[in-house]
Design a protein. Structure first.
Length: 95
């Protein structure tokens, strides 16, 4: 488990270092359901061309409402925040 990162991007880079260090052929990426899209984009780029098989598993977030997210303010804020961060990562060429 990687525990030094302060961002999704750093998490992908540090995780790649661990995978390389231990010569893993695969890894499981676990994150909250609302964060999975950005995580997948970032990790796919970080591991591009490595041959490492990444499997993604989302965990339920009790406060987030995936079905009907638009009806709940907290869930709306989360979704909008994720999309803003995706655009920011794209601008910074992290995706």
């Amino acid at each position: 488990m990687e525990d030094k990162a302060n961002s999704t991007y750093e998490n992908a880079l540090y995780s790649k270092q661990l995978v390389d260090k231990y010569k893993f052929k695969s890894a499981i990426i676990v994150t909250s359901n609302y964060h999975m899209r950005r995580s997948r984009l970032v990790f796919n780029k970080a591991f591009q061309g490595t041959g490492i098989n990444l499997t993604y598993c989302s965990a339920l977030e009790k406060s987030f409402t995936p079905n009907g997210w638009f009806t709940d303010k907290y869930s709306r804020d989360i979704v909008f925040s994720e999309y803003i961060k995706i655009v920011g990562y794209w601008i910074e060429d992290k995706l």
